[in-house]
Each structure stands twice: as C-alpha cells, then as structure tokens.
Design a protein around this ligand. Structure first.
Ligand code: AMP
Length: 120
C-alpha cells in the first residue's frame, strides 16, 4: 500500500479528518464523498480514500480493495443523487496534463446532462 495514512498539509486529508468543512454525502471507514466546492456539473461529488495517496501513479496491488470500494460507493451516491437511469461520469485526473490540482487521489462524480466527449 502506498503512502502514509495522512499528510498534514493535504486539504483532502483535512476534510476526511473533519478539520475543514465540506458537504459530506457519504463516509465510511475507507472513503469520504463530498460536494465539490467549485461544481462543474449538477451534481459534482468528489470521492476520496481516507488514507493519503498522492496520485494514481503510486497505486499498488494493496490498494485494489479501496479503489473497488470507491467505485461501489460512487454508484450508490449516483443512485441517491438520482443519476442512475440518466447516467453520469466518474473520472480521475492524474498529473499536470490531466489538470490534477489536489495531490490526493480523488474521483469526480458528475451528472446532470450536457457532458461532451471527449472532455476538453
Ligand atoms: P482535480 O483538478 O482533478 O485535482 O480536482 C480537484 C477538485 O477539488 C476541484 O474540482 C476543486 O474544485 C475541488 N476542491 C478543492 N478544494 C476543495 C474543498 N475544500 N472542498 C471541496 N472541493 C474542493
């Protein structure tokens, strides 16, 4: 498994610890899901592992359970947000070319229609 349980200056670690406010829509022992502060879609939810992982590039075999769990939680959140039938997008940006701006692995759950492909 990659990286330590938390990074003191990581905004998403601080949200997971309850030190920074966020609109949390799901949390359990492994995952926290909360609304993006700058939504790009209605809704726009972020799903993060509680444990600090800086990038998908450092994900290892030991992280498969938590990443699978995140996907399952994302599907449940999509259902609770009323997106299951119409559809939604689950994306993770990795690295500068993809526009990753927070160095803690996160998945964007986006819904509400009007999404183009390919993304910009
Ligand atoms: P990315 O650009 O893929 O790294 O996505 C990072 C996302 O985190 C952006 O969509 C930001 O709007 C979002 N974000 C950053 N800080 C916060 C925060 N304190 N609460 C909620 N969302 C945040």
């Amino acid at each position: 498994m990659a990286e330590s349980s938390r990074s003191g200056d990581c905004i998403f670690c601080r949200i997971a610890a309850g030190e920074v406010p966020a609109t949390v829509v799901h949390e359990d022992e492994m995952v926290v899901a909360f609304r993006d502060v700058n939504p790009q879609a209605p809704p726009h939810v972020l799903l993060i592992p509680r444990r600090h992982m800086a990038s998908l590039n450092i994900v290892s075999q030991g992280d498969e359970a938590i990443l699978g769990h995140i996907v399952r939680v994302a599907v449940r959140v999509a259902e609770s947000e009323g997106l299951a039938d119409r559809g939604y997008r689950l994306v993770a940006n990795c690295g500068p070319d993809a526009g990753q701006s927070v160095d803690h692995v996160h998945f964007h759950l986006l819904g509400g229609g009007g999404m183009g492909w390919p993304p910009g």
